[in-house]
Design a protein around this ligand. Structure first.
Ligand code: C2E
Ligand code: CA
Ligand code: CA
Length: 666
């Protein structure tokens, strides 16, 4: 703005100055012309002198003649002759061009003088020899000479006056022009001073504008390269630095790089429940800790925020792989420390994927590798540091493939339940079946539910998958003896994403399976986020007439309050306890305790993962009623079930060998 104003002003001044300079040039050149004129006109002073000289000489001649007449002195006669010759000479001078010009300036003037000259020349012989003249001749000569001398005097007087007047006029004109020139010169100096001032001012403006522009550029560069919330370098700055580091590494391959891809656990839910202001504060606090830790490490190359709750650190890996991993652990520990404010304390977890460049590997893939390690670590429980290895990429690629193939697999019927028997430990009879999903992938073969259920849970596919398994299990159950119950697993996300009560109600209605034949297995993780609404849903499910089972009991927090908060129909003791029943006294004690407590509460107990006779002994001694595991039978397709179940009925007949521990399927 200032600059624009200044430069406009400067332009006006420049135009003004140029005009004045042009004007001065014209005035000056007119002065030069005037002085040339002056030289020429100075010749008129000669005219004045010539005129004046003539007058003087004429007067002297007149005086000498008068003196001779009265004295008759021969000396006076010589004076007359001298002044006569001088005057003759004067007439010669009158012929000079300058004087002629003066004579021509006025009509008649030249004629008067020429006539006077003629008269004078005629009188000349007598004037040169006055001693020979008689008094009468002298009187006549004096008279004739008077006319000549009066003409000379008149012309001389005019020459004098005119020259002096012209000189005066000319002087005035020159004075006027000099005055004008003085004004113009003063104006020019003022103008030059102003222009210099304006230039200086404009320079100052320009200087200031330049400095401001420079500052703006610096500010802009900083803003463009830094995250406004945390002040850490942003994605753009990170990309630049990372590209430079990669370029350096390609020149000097011995220099290893390490990348930490950091993601906060559960940040989204903090943002959702406590609001974005708290989320922002938390991000700033995390960034501060990150900054403090990384700047204390001598090998940090850059720590940046890529967006959201994603951070990244690049380090020089020359310190060695173990040290780098321990640095990641220390960073994780820092981030996971409680965040205290005046009124609250928040806990926040984080997960770090680590990738180290090794010779031969492409440094450009490092970030992707660290991200893969991070994704995998997050999928497998979070809160950890996971170092990338090539298997992870395979795992990730496999996971991506399963993810993209899953919907089609459901439509094609490639994902179907297998059934694992639940057996009465005392009688050996199959009393129920657990539906366990199986994916027979056309290219990858059998895929475990441990692998594809978490993938399904990360999207809405879990709803479709859950409904498919539930419906198939209900229909399949209708083909089995009435006393055989059917258990179906429900995942937490299915619970959260689907209107599960409505789905179960409709499925029962659509298939016609009596509700009392259906058991829904849930895990305690259901109770963790919102126990109140989970219990409410369970109550409504139970109201449909189905049974509810608490799966994997003993693995998580297993708070006894979960047992109190809902009227469970069944507890399934996790395989990890069953496995140790024969070897670990404490496992036996825990199983005994759970069984007796459940008995008190009227809850049925099933032990999972039963594989040996010894385990069955221990379980029956502990009072556990039902067992499920490879000892009784692996999960199998519906087609194989009938025989297995029949076998079990056979095995439980009293007239058979009485053993209740025969495996019912191989
Ligand atoms: P889970 O509900 O605890 O299922 C029991 C798992 O233990 C099954 O693994 C079963 O094959 C395995 N198992 C049973 N007896 C033995 C034994 O004697 N020894 C050993 N080593 N393992 C035994 P599976 O079929 O791989 O299923 C794993 C998990 O996947 C299930 O654990 C369940 O949480 C989940 N899952 C399976 N099908 C479904 C489903 O349809 N929906 C949902 N939401 N989850 C499912
Ligand atoms: Ca289960
Ligand atoms: Ca289980």
């Amino acid at each position: 703005m200032h600059v624009r104003f200044a430069s406009k002003g400067f332009r006006l001044f420049a135009v003004g100055a140029a005009l004045v300079i042009v004007a001065i040039y014209f005035v000056h050149s007119s002065l030069i012309t005037a002085s040339e004129d002056a030289v020429e006109r100075s010749a008129r002073y000669d005219v004045a002198w010539v005129g004046a000289g003539g007058r003087l000489e004429a007067a002297k001649l007149q005086m000498a003649l008068a003196s001779y007449i009265s004295t008759k002195d021969p000396q006076a006669a010589a004076q007359v002759a001298l002044y006569t010759e001088i005057l003759v000479n004067r007439f010669g001078i009158y012929e000079a061009p300058a004087f002629r010009a003066f004579l021509n300036a006025k009509p008649g003037r030249e004629r008067i003088l020429d006539r006077a000259e003629g008269e004078f020349l005629k009188a000349r012989p007598q004037l040169l020899d006055v001693e020979s003249l008689a008094d009468g001749d002298l009187a006549e000569l004096t008279q004739r000479l008077a006319g000549v001398l009066s003409a000379v005097d008149r012309v001389g007087a005019e020459a004098h006056t005119e020259s002096v007047e012209a000189a005066e006029l000319y002087r005035q004109e020159v004075r006027r022009q000099q005055q004008l020139q003085r004004w113009l010169t003063t104006g020019l100096f003022v103008l030059i001073a102003t222009v210099v001032g304006v230039v200086a001012l404009q320079n100052r403006f320009l200087d200031r504008a330049h400095r401001q522009a420079k500052r703006n550029a610096v500010d802009f560069a900083h803003l463009a390269r830094h995250d406004a919330l945390t002040g850490l370098p942003n994605r753009m700055a990170f990309n630049e630095t990372f590209e430079r580091l990669i370029a350096e590494q390609s020149v000097c391959p011995d220099r290893g790089l390490a990348i930490f891809a950091i993601d906060l656990d559960g940040f989204k839910s903090i943002n959702d429940t406590l609001g974005h202001a708290v989320g922002d504060l938390l991000l700033r606090a995390v960034a501060e800790r990150l900054e403090r830790r990384t700047s204390s490490l001598s090998n940090t190359l850059i720590a940046a925020r890529l967006g959201g709750d994603e951070f990244v650190v690049v380090l020089d890996a020359a310190v060695g792989e173990d040290e780098v991993l321990s640095q990641a652990q220390r960073l994780l520990a820092d981030v996971c420390l409680p965040y205290r404010s005046s009124d609250t304390t928040l806990m926040l977890g984080a997960t770090i994927g680590v990738a180290l460049s090794s010779s031969g590997s492409d440094a450009k893939d490092l970030l992707v590798d660290a991200d893969l390690a991070l994704s995998l670590a997050k999928a497998h429980g979070k809160g950890t540091v996971l170092r990338f290895d090539p298997n992870i990429r395979d795992t990730y690629e496999r996971r991506s493939r399963l993810e993209s193939d899953m919907r089609d697999a459901l439509v094609a019927g490639d994902i179907r339940p297998n059934y694992q028997p639940k057996v009465d430990i005392l009688t050996g009879r199959v009393i129920g079946l657990e539906a366990l999903a199986r994916w027979s992938h056309p290219a990858l073969g059998m895929v475990s539910p441990c692998e594809f259920i978490p993938i399904a849970e990360s999207s809405s596919v879990i709803v479709e998958l859950g409904r498919t398994i539930l419906e198939t299990a209900c229909r399949d159950a209708l083909n089995l003896p009435e006393e055989i119950g059917i258990s179906v697993n429900l995942s937490v996300n299915q619970f959260l994403r689907d209107d599960i009560v409505e789905t179960v109600r409709r499925t029962l209605q659509a298939t016609g399976l009596p509700p009392q034949r259906l058991t829904l297995e849930v895990t305690e993780s259901l109770m963790i986020s919102d126990a109140g609404s989970a219990v409410d849903t369970l109550v409504r499910l139970k109201a449909l007439g189905v049974s509810i089972s608490l799966d994997d009991f003993g693995t998580g927090y297993s708070a006894l309050s979960y047992l109190r908060s809902f009227d469970w129909d069944e507890i399934k003791i996790d395989r990890s306890f069953v496995m140790e029943l024969e070897t670990d006294r404490r496992a036996r004690a825990i199983v005994r305790l759970i069984t007796s407590m459940a008995g008190e509460l009227g809850i049925h107990v099933t032990a999972e993962g039963v594989e040996t006779n010894g385990q069955i002994d221990a379980l029956s001694r502990a009072g556990c009623q039902t067992g499920q595991g490879y000892f009784y039978g692996k999960p199998m397709p519906l087609e194989d079930l009938a025989a297995a179940i029949l076998n079990s009925f056979d095995a439980s007949q009293p007239e058979s060998n009485g053993s209740v521990r025969e495996p019912i399927a191989s």
